[in-house]
Design a protein around this ligand. Sequence first.
Ligand SMILES: NC(=O)c1ccc[n+]([C@@H]2O[C@H](COP(=O)([O-])OP(=O)(O)OC[C@H]3O[C@@H](n4cnc5c(N)ncnc54)[C@H](O)[C@@H]3O)[C@@H](O)[C@H]2O)c1
Ligand SMILES: [Zn+2]
Length: 360
Amino acid sequence: MRRVRVPLGERSYEILVGEDLLKGIGARCKKLKLGRRCVIVTDTNVGRLFGKAVTKSLSAAGFEVGSFEFQAGEKSKNLRTMEQCYNAFAEHRLERGSFVVALGGGVVGDLAGFAAASYLRGIDFVQIPTTLLAQVDSSVGGKTGVNLRAGKNLVGAFFQPKLVLCDQETLRTLPKREYRSGLAEVIKYGIIYDSKLFRRIESKISEILKLDPQTLSALVARCCAIKALVVEEDEQESGLRAILNFGHTIGHAIEAITSYGTYLHGEAISIGQIAAARLSKDQLGLSEAELQRIQEVFEAVGLPIKISLNQSQKRRLLEAMKLDKKVSDGEVKFVLADKIGHVVWGEFVGNDRIISSIDA
Ligand SMILES: NC(=O)c1ccc[n+]([C@@H]2O[C@H](COP(=O)([O-])OP(=O)(O)OC[C@H]3O[C@@H](n4cnc5c(N)ncnc54)[C@H](O)[C@@H]3O)[C@@H](O)[C@H]2O)c1
Ligand SMILES: [Zn+2]
């Protein structure tokens, strides 16, 4: 098992990464001296797969366990589900000392985390992320929240968990497409921060695609460590944290103009990262050889690397980018790489160049 410490003063916590960790969740919560009552928040897919094992472990450790399950999918990440979740907390008589266990992907983690952050003005919570995206991204950093009709993640809070437990075994039941989508974030950490990690990914493609637990544990732990480092420096997202958005400016716009229906997030940011790499070559001198390596690694894990857009879609893409939260004063700023393992943020890119980077 690997341990990654997220050092945030009094709010510090550990991320545990390894195999067969689910059955130990009860003992670990006990060690953390969490309150006697808890509610497991999960979705219909994950509850069916792992709900029993988690309940059993928590009960065996002496906790009084309740559960709240909602329909799987991004559509459930809203205030209506939140209210049902609060009601489940109340029915189970959660108190100030009680805790919430988020068992599932990013949707569960974001919703359960925000419910924990706001119920009784904040109770403890523990995350068991069961998608690759949740393990390397959404469960680290303390962002929680839900969507409004007006947009994604518009209501939320920064709220850190007491423990994150990433069990590699849980990834085996994940649909392949979801798994590959998570790999887009893994590759991102290599590009933005760690050329050694990038090389390791390149050399271990077949192990990664086979979900080799040793390889995966090492990768997931490294990604968490990088995100933890970045978050430690910039918990409230004022500067450095922007580097995590490599490939996301274009990626988010692709998701938006396709109504979040055609591409999974990881697929959209795969195309976005390749476009950003092309812009990096133009503007920061990223070498042609490294641009090729970036393209090849996304291709090797089976992620899409291009999208063809008609004129009207191109126009809508540019408009969508201007609406992105990360835009200041209507100027679109990019995170670009001068080499694999190092990025700079705040780069302005003209509309024509943005379009040609996608068209290439
Ligand atoms: N808080 C953050 O910092 C942050 C960062 C990135 C993304 N997010 C959020 O994360 C969400 C996306 O997360 P996601 O990609 O994990 O989606 P998700 O939670 O919807 O999970 C994807 C699908 O996989 C299923 N699933 C989950 N684990 C499984 C398993 N082990 N076996 C079989 N099926 C399983 C789910 O039921 C769902 O159908 C978005 O809402 C996004 O906004 C948050
Ligand atoms: Zn992302």
